[in-house]
Design a protein around this ligand. Structure first.
Ligand SMILES: Nc1nc2c(ncn2[C@@H]2O[C@H](COP(=O)(O)OP(=O)(O)OP(=O)(O)O)[C@@H](O)[C@H]2O)c(=O)[nH]1
Ligand SMILES: [Mg+2]
Length: 221
């Protein structure tokens, strides 16, 4: 009998992620791994971001979902190349899945790839996908206690997005307390407050994204 421990699975993933990262670096592509609970607004956030970035950056999206292609169908409407990965029930993407997805899109002139991970605030944070940065999105409708209860994704992320700010007046969400908790988990994290449906707060996020893209040009991470 052979027993495979969680550490072995993560090591196999890390090796695959190293290869994926090398491929992205060789092509100078900046890659963002977007993590959040189900329904907090990842796809809507991407739709607004892609629309705002259209015309200045060539982009592609890898969508992770348990079963459907619904999110990929939504992204396709923005005109951006998209590949859907169905994990058949697995709660996160891994680097091998990303490698297979990448083989299905033309990377010619692509500068930026977004990976929408499976909706889950726990499992995805452990798996390196060869990305340049992880980003965690939290919506105000989920409750301000979520960073403390689910700290891993925030710990691993360079950016936290607080989404659905248009709804904050209707829900019991202490914005300052949530931000304080996020910074306690990760003091270097950048936090943006947005509404992905109204577009409020996107100017700062897009400026930041532009600056990260400019900084990554010609760089080997
Ligand atoms: N009011 C409001 N609704 C939002 C906002 N962002 C997303 N939504 C709504 O929240 C619901 C879920 O949004 P999605 O973008 O599908 O969420 P998701 O995180 O991609 O969901 P999964 O892929 O299933 O994990 C939809 O009904 C969106 O219209 C926002 O900023 N404000
Ligand atoms: Mg989605």
């Amino acid at each position: 009998m052979k027993i495979l421990m969680a550490q072995d699975i993560l090591k196999v993933n890390d090796d695959a992620a190293t290869m994926v990262r090398r491929n992205f670096e060789d092509r100078n592509i900046f890659v963002i791994n977007l993590i959040s609970s189900p329904g907090s607004g990842k796809t809507t956030f991407l739709e607004t971001t892609l629309t705002r970035m259209a015309g200045k950056t060539r982009m592609a999206v890898i969508e992770g979902d348990l079963f459907t292609a619904r999110d990929a169908e939504r992204i396709e409407k923005t005109g951006v190349d998209v590949v859907q990965i169905n994990t058949s029930g697995a709660c996160h993407l891994d680097a091998n899945m990303v490698q297979q997805a990448v083989e299905k899109i033309s990377l010619e002139n692509v500068q930026l790839i977004f990976i929408e991970n499976v909706g889950n605030l726990v499992c995805p944070s452990e798996f390196d996908l060869g990305e340049n940065m992880k980003m965690t999105l939290l919506s105000v409708t989920e409750g301000d206690d979520k960073p403390e209860k689910y700290p891993f994704a925030f710990k691993e992320s360079q950016v936290a997005i607080i989404n659905k700010m248009d709804l904050i007046r209707y829900v019991n969400f202490d914005l300052e307390a949530a931000k304080k908790d996020i910074r306690r988990i990760n003091r270097d994290i950048k936090i943006f407050e947005v509404s992905s449906t109204t577009g409020a707060g996107f100017d700062d996020w897009i400026d930041y994204l532009d600056s990260r893209l400019a900084g990554s040009k010609g760089q080997r991470v």
